[in-house]
Design a protein. Structure first.
Ligand SMILES: Nc1ncnc2c1ncn2[C@@H]1O[C@H](COP(=O)(O)OP(=O)(O)O)[C@@H](O)[C@H]1O
Ligand SMILES: [Mg+2]
Length: 239
């Protein structure tokens, strides 16, 4: 079963959409559009497919997200009770740590509760590196992500985890192991070329899907992310 992102060019690169019930990492440096892409996945899911969705932020103020998304063609206020926006800045997240000694179960059970409350089919956690920051050392982090992934899979939701990576690199994760725990990776690149930055998107991995492998250009517009799935990314790619 394929889950359409509702982003036409991206669905084309995925030959239809994301694999249903799987967990996909969306990685990119700051400003590449991870939050926008994640919200389009939820917004389109509700508007076009009637699939309820949960968006959990670890980073931004919820009202600010609503404001920002309204400039990107998404009025979150019209989604009604098929939509939940939960979480808040990292300060809020740190409360979990104080209360629970970094027990991953607390955040997971909050997600599980909301998912079952609204019958969510789509989940976004944004950004997952801030969640992982709550844990000490790579072993604990990897264990936390594996536990989270296990629970998300058990819920039967299709989930996107965004991941902020370093600037001007082709890195696809922060800690270097996230890509192994998930079922798929979509990478957003923002690479300096002469006087400008070129934005490109690629599907690096997607279990069970015969996907495209090229890097394709994309833009963030007042209607969200638009992917040009048949155009070359860099000028020198042109024939
Ligand atoms: N209405 C808009 N039209 C075009 N580009 C926009 C608009 N709103 C935001 N952007 C661009 O999107 C970027 C933010 O995208 P965001 O999804 O928050 O990125 P990330 O989550 O990867 O940091 C902004 O830095 C800006 O460049
Ligand atoms: Mg973001």
């Amino acid at each position: 079963m394929r889950i359409s992102t509702g982003i036409e060019g991206l669905d084309a690169m995925l030959n239809g959409g994301l694999p249903g019930g799987r967990i996909v990492l969306v990685s990119g440096s700051t400003g590449t559009g991870k939050t926008t892409l994640g919200m389009q996945f939820i917004y389109n899911g509700i508007k076009q497919f009637g699939e309820p969705g949960v968006y959990m932020t670890f980073e931004q103020d919820k009202d600010r997200i609503r404001e920002d998304m309204s400039t990107l063609g998404m009025n979150l206020n019209e989604l009604g009770d098929r939509f939940r926006l939960v979480g808040g800045p990292i300060a809020t997240v740190y409360k979990y740590k104080k209360k629970t000694k970094a027990e991953v179960e607390d955040i997971i059970s909050e997600v599980e509760e909301i998912v079952s409350e609204i019958g969510a089919k789509r989940v976004v956690l944004d950004p997952i590196n801030l969640f992982l920051m709550l844990f000490d050392g790579d072993d604990e982090r990897r264990m936390a992500l594996a536990t989270l992934a296990e629970h998300l899979t058990a819920l039967g939701c299709t989930s996107l985890l965004t991941c902020e990576v370093r600037e001007q690199t082709m890195d696809i994760s922060r800690y270097g192991f996230e890509e192994f725990v998930v079922d798929g990776v979509i990478a957003l690149y923002n690479i300096k070329q002469g006087q400008s930055f070129l934005q490109g998107i690629t599907v690096r991995k997607m279990r069970g899907v015969k996907h495209h492998r090229e890097i394709r250009p994309y833009e963030i517009t007042n209607r969200g992310i638009v992917v040009y799935s048949t155009q070359p990314w860099l000028p020198e790619d042109e024939e």
